[in-house]
Design a protein around this ligand. Structure first.
Ligand code: CA
Length: 236
């Protein structure tokens, strides 16, 4: 599985060069050029790693790093700092960043740091925390629904194993339109056919547990004639 990297960097040339290189290394890259958008992205989609420039328009990288941690995200953060910002990297590490590289950096060096962070991420944190608006999902190893804690505005939500599997699949494919057939195959292991109604029933029960107003879902939305899309997001 390709790892997802979020790049928050306002220097366009560097942004392009970096995403090119990351693509070549086999990563999926999403990039934004200001701090506010960076926060929105980081809290609405699941990433395996976030690369943060410090000097950014909107919200600087240090504030962004702190806000990401405050929002409950355990995603590894790598800071990009300029030489003149040596003090900032210490602050950055205190605010929850995992590592930093100083500009101008050697691409090879950066790739090695990224690889190291991705490798140690699950061991270091021992858990994955994902936040979609008021919904917070904490997992240990992602193997079993009993290892998952789901809360809504701090209140615990209890999910069945199937509901968890469905939610996990939605999270891993956030923003994508998923057909009932695909969900049935991925979550239940059934071939498409007579059981597609099963998906609707489980989506309805997930909505009942997760949505502010289950009749007007904002998290798992219906896409007419196509299926469902998991949205989530900071504005929710
Ligand atoms: Ca910058």
């Amino acid at each position: 599985m390709k790892e997802n990297i979020l790049l928050v960097e306002d220097e366009e040339a560097l942004c392009m060069a970096l995403s090119d290189r990351l693509h070549k290394e086999g990563y999926q890259v999403d990039f934004v050029t200001d701090g506010h958008k960076g926060f929105e992205k980081a809290t609405s989609l699941p990433f395996d790693l976030i690369i943060l420039d410090i000097m950014l328009p909107g919200r600087n990288g240090l504030d962004l790093c702190r806000d990401i941690r405050t929002a409950g995200l355990g995603t590894p953060v790598l800071l990009l700092t300029a030489r003149s910002e040596t003090v900032d990297k210490i602050i950055g590490l205190k605010l929850g960043a995992d590592d930093y590289v100083t500009k101008p950096f050697d691409m090879q060096e950066l790739m090695a740091r990224i690889e190291a962070l991705l490798r140690r991420a699950p061991i270091r944190t021992g858990q994955v925390v994902r936040q979609f608006g008021p919904i917070r999902i904490e997992t240990r190893g992602m193997s079993d629904h009993r290892d998952v804690k789901v809360t809504r505005g701090g209140e615990p939500i209890y999910l069945s194993a199937r509901e968890f599997e469905l939610l996990r699949y939605f999270m891993e494919h956030a923003g994508m339109v998923l057909s009932r057939e695909e969900l049935l195959r991925a979550v239940w292991g059934y071939e498409a056919g007579t059981f597609t109604r099963t998906v609707d029933v489980h989506v309805a029960s997930l909505r009942q547990k997760l949505e502010k107003d289950p009749k007007r879902p904002e998290l798992i939305v219906t896409v007419h004639k196509s299926g469902y899309r998991f949205v989530g997001g900071a504005e929710y």
